[in-house]
Write a protein that binds this ligand. Structure first.
Ligand code: DGJ
Length: 695
């Protein structure tokens, strides 16, 4: 709900559990509250001005670079006459539907800002962003363009997702110290090093305590800064990374900030994740029919051809796969990563009859067909590069760094955009393709420029061009499912999720490492978009097949194993586990996720998915490498159940209360080698529980 309190000159934005309050003070917009919903309107009105030592505030709703503002700057301009001091004064507001629009005006320089807030009342989320308009006849240089938030605590922890290629989205919990801590990307994509998620807590754990959290939507250079100083609350700025940022706004032009979605809960990290998951599922993702896919990348690499893909397709259909995907290597002279990128014609040595016979076969086997592309890139050893050496990003006077032997196309150029849109349109209209894995395998290093007046805008223009291309393709081919991939999980954020239906989580498919990566991922994003494959990482023997499956079943399941290397009997195990997954996948896709940390057993990782009506759920229990434990029996407590429901687990009945307070005993299927006193440390089990009616 959004209300304007006239007398107090205050905007009260509230959801079921949270309130966010903005006040007009001397024509400046200040943030006076963000946190748990209180009882009365007057609860939010500060009795005395917090900064009693001085007579100005440092909690401007948009922390502009006015010279009396010590909070981290979220918005900064350079006007044509050299003035850098903003005077963003409140003008008026509009409330419509669940939206609030507030106008700020720097009258002298003709700059208008519209702040937008959208409230998702029952989802406990607020979305905010703003638009800067130049209504003067001079250019305005925007040097910083971010959103501000104030967390009303002086001490706390910053929780974020860090990583690297092959080890994305690891959760970090860190005490906030004085100064500024910044996470972000400057590689032109969302990046592997950090993900645009944050949460702040003042001593929360998984199930209890205050957590303020949010996600930023931008698939290019971004940063989130957490600023602590003694005078003011903890302050967050989240938006375009100010590194190499400068946006020149010409008269009559406007620019929009990235969107920030944020919320608050007093029920710990678990609830903050569930709020984000449900918001993303309900308000960002399209409703699609998610399929269990087979991807041949880890089996055949670049060595794809009609006959080996047909053979894999046959095996894939036998085990219950629903979508067969050919990865890299099907086009141009692409036999390794040294050549062919950019030449999007079918490689006739590998597919002499085109893709048609393979697709026909895949369809006859009852599966959909999907294919890999990396449209933004080019190998210097390609026809495309030889024909258009001027289509790439970079500076003429500088060497262009090749990574994975490839360069980045300048998709801002119209002719490059057209080239990509045209070849993708041909590919999708001439073949029965219903899935695209869109890859981006290197960072942008030498960005270059489009024109000398506004050279740094290239970072924004690149990403906008990328969205534009995807938008056109999605409109033309609405039935095609898109997966966002960037050398693994380098392009995962809430803005890309408006275009992509799912993401490739990491190139690392080691089932144990994946538990860490996927757990971090689950702080921010829901499991239905998290692609997870069963592969032969570290060989067939290192991890039990069941463990590999269970780890991948925590998300949207795919198979990447070389099925040729498995016996009939082993393939039967594949089919049975796939059947199991089909039985529970709706709970995994749509259910509430509980990360169960058992203080008694540090070696267990438990992920519980529970249907919204609490009538059915599934818990995945993993035993991590640990010292020898011969008894192998654990007492597991579940979460989130209805206390008075009676649940059935393996033919035994329990009340919800007893499962949550006391727990149930479980044992991994024994695989102890008593003779040699060794056991496979990587054990896992799925426990299903269901409401028992009519007892
Ligand atoms: C990187 C991706 O993350 C992999 O899954 C695979 O598609 C390769 N690129 C292909 O080059």
């Amino acid at each position: 709900m959004i209300r304007y309190l006239d007398e107090e000159r205050m905007f009260l934005i509230s959801t079921d559990n949270m309130a966010y309050v903005i006040k007009i003070e001397d024509s400046k917009l200040t943030n006076i509250y963000f946190g748990e919903k209180l009882v009365f309107d007057f609860d939010y009105i500060p009795e005395i001005k917090k900064n009693i030592f001085i007579n100005w505030s440092w909690n401007y709703e948009l922390s502009d670079r006015s010279e009396n503002n010590y909070a981290n700057t979220a918005f900064k301009v350079l006007y044509h006459d050299g003035v850098r001091d903003c005077e963003l004064l409140y003008k008026n507001y509009e409330i419509f539907d669940n939206k609030l629009k507030i106008e700020l005006f720097d009258e002298f320089y003709g700059m208008k800002i519209f702040l937008f807030y959208e409230v998702f009342e029952h989802d406990n989320i607020i979305k905010k962003y703003y638009e800067v308009n130049n209504i003067s006849d001079q250019k305005i240089n925007i040097e910083i363009l971010k959103n501000s938030l104030y967390i009303p605590i002086l001490e706390g922890n910053f929780n974020y997702l860090k990583g690297m290629w092959g080890h994305e989205t690891n959760i970090v919990h860190e005490k906030i110290n004085q100064g500024i801590k910044s996470i972000g990307s400057r590689t032109g994509n969302t990046g592997h090093l950090f993900n645009p998620y944050f949460s702040i807590d003042d001593g929360a754990d998984e199930d209890n305590g205050n957590v303020w959290f949010g996600l930023l939507g931008w698939s290019g250079n971004w940063s989130i800064d957490v600023h602590k100083q003694d005078y003011e609350y903890i302050n967050i700025s989240a938006g375009y990374n100010e590194w190499d940022f400068n946006y020149i706004l010409l008269p009559n032009e406007s620019i929009k900030s990235p969107e920030l979605i944020f919320g608050f809960t007093n029920e710990g990290f678990g609830e903050s994740s569930r709020i984000l998951h449900s918001f993303i599922r309900k308000h960002i993702l399209r409703k699609i029919d998610r399929k269990i896919l087979y991807n041949s990348w880890e089996a055949t690499g670049f060595d794809v051809n009609e006959s080996n893909q047909m053979k894999l397709a046959e095996l894939a259909s036998k085990i219950g796969i629903e979508l067969f995907v050919v990865d890299d290597g099907w086009f141009g002279k692409r036999n390794d990563d040294k050549a062919g990128l950019g030449d999007w014609y079918i490689n006739k040595e590998k597919f002499s009859r085109g893709l048609f016979p393979l697709i026909k076969k895949v369809k006859e086997l009852g599966m959909d067909f999907g294919i890999w592309v990396e449209p933004e890139m080019v190998n210097p050893d390609s026809q495309l590069y030889r024909n258009h050496p001027d289509w790439i990003l970079g500076y003429e006077s500088r060497k262009k760094t090749e990574i994975r032997n490839q360069l980045v196309l300048n998709i801002i150029k119209k002719e490059v955009k057209d080239y990509i849109i045209d070849f993708m349109t041909d590919l999708l209209s001439n073949n029965d393709i219903s899935f695209i894995k869109w890859d981006f395998n290197r960072p942008i290093l030498e960005s270059g420029f489009m024109n000398k007046i506004n050279s740094k805008s290239i970072w924004i223009d690149y990403v906008e061009s990328f969205y534009y291309i995807l938008d056109i393709l999605k409109r033309r081919f609405p039935y095609v499912i898109f997966e966002s991939c960037a050398g693994g999980g380098g392009r995962i954020d809430i803005e890309i999720l408006k275009y992509a239906d799912q993401v490739w989580t990491s190139d690392n498919t080691n089932p144990y490492d994946r538990l860490i990566i996927q757990k971090g991922f689950s702080y921010a994003y829901p499991s239905n978009i998290m692609m997870a494959w069963v592969t032969d990482w570290a060989g067939k023997e290192t991890y039990p097949l069941k463990y590999r499956f269970h780890s991948a079943m925590l998300g949207s399941l795919g198979i990447g194993s070389n099925l040729n290397n498995y016996s009939e009997e082993e393939l039967n195990i594949f089919s049975n586990l796939i059947k199991d997954y089909k039985d529970i996948r709706n709970i995994v896709y749509e259910g509430d996720l509980y990360r169960v940390n058992m203080t008694d057993y540090k070696n267990l990782e438990i992920f519980e998915y529970l249907k919204e009506n609490k009538e059915e759920g599934v818990a995945f229990i993993f035993q991590n490498p640990t010292e020898f434990d011969i008894f192998n029996v654990y007492k597991i407590k579940l979460k989130g159940l209805n206390e008075s429901y009676v649940y059935e687990i393996e033919n035994k009945l329990y009340s919800g209360k007893s499962l949550m307070k006391f727990g149930f005993y479980m044992q991994f299927d024994s695989d102890i080698d008593y003779l040699n006193m060794k056991k496979n440390n990587y054990m896992s089990k799925i426990i299903r529980f269901k409401l028992k009616k009519n007892i």
